[in-house]
Design a protein around this ligand. Sequence first.
Ligand SMILES: Nc1ncnc2c1ncn2[C@@H]1O[C@H](COP(=O)(O)OP(=O)(O)OP(=O)(O)O)[C@@H](O)[C@H]1O
Length: 326
Amino acid sequence: MSEYIEVSHICKDFEISKTQPGVMGAVKSLFHREYELRHAVKDISFSIGKGEMVGYIGPNGAGKSTTIKMLSGILTPTSGTATVNGIVPYRNRKENAKQIGVVFGQRSQLLWDLPVRDTFDLYQKLYNIENSRFENNKNLFIELLQMQEFLDQPVRQLSLGQKMKANLAIAMLHDPAVLYLDEPTIGLDVMSKQALRESIKQMNQEKKTTIVLTTHDMGDIEAVCQRLILIDHGQKLFDGKLSEFKEQYEDGFAVRLEFEGKAPDWEEDGQFVCKEWDEHAMTVQAPSNMPLKDALLLLIQKYEPSNISVKEQNIEEIVTKIFREK
Ligand SMILES: Nc1ncnc2c1ncn2[C@@H]1O[C@H](COP(=O)(O)OP(=O)(O)OP(=O)(O)O)[C@@H](O)[C@H]1O
């Protein structure tokens, strides 16, 4: 797979002015400003191949948006380099804009009073998309995203999910090679989230678009991405396959034991950890190095449950645990 996005030792510092507290402080700051450096991104490197779908995740303030802004040419790095298909985004903003699409869940590219159909026409002119490509893409996205029923409604009347679909279609209209998605499912209900995730996958398959997805919703990552880059305080903590991430950080599996009568008291044994206990059930965490078969046998022998089920950790739980421990 040829590398498409190359990021090498990229750093971004922001100079933040410090204002001293109180009125006197504010007056003093007028004459003598003090600055503090915020290292938003600290020496991050990665490369992403053409057509890959990568989750770029981390807690609030980790440096995700700053990285994406450097890749889309909005910000210039303090040091290090980035190229997208051979183009340096912050030096060739116009050239780069032609090959990228951006969707921000918190902001919209749509015009409030214009029906979606007219917004398509507007973006055709803005991006100078030739007619046959425009018609092909428009029809493909209308079908993939099931947009027929709301094409002629003004944007202000659309639901959040419908607006996100329209934003996604518009970002893809000029056939960008790279799509940056920033919280695309924020505020959507479960069904709309699922539909949007499916659409993103289908668009990637149809167009072989390289997708970088920033989200706090781990369901998005599990549904869409094969690879995960995890950052915190501007630094990379993990870069690899989703399955490797689970293998590396998952600490065993949880087993739920259910009882027809009252659940027995939990007995500490130095191996299993009781995570939840109620009148008729308990959930216990098995040690990470214990084979599943052994864990089940031990628990069945000791507690004689009427039902037993195994629950794997989802990535939401794993990520929460990593940040809690840090
Ligand atoms: N224009 C700016 N000026 C000063 N500091 C900034 C600026 N933009 C970002 N920062 C700081 O850089 C750090 C990284 O911010 P960034 O927006 O990249 O985080 P993020 O991972 O996208 O967070 P979130 O998940 O909350 O959107 C934060 O400490 C933020 O306050």
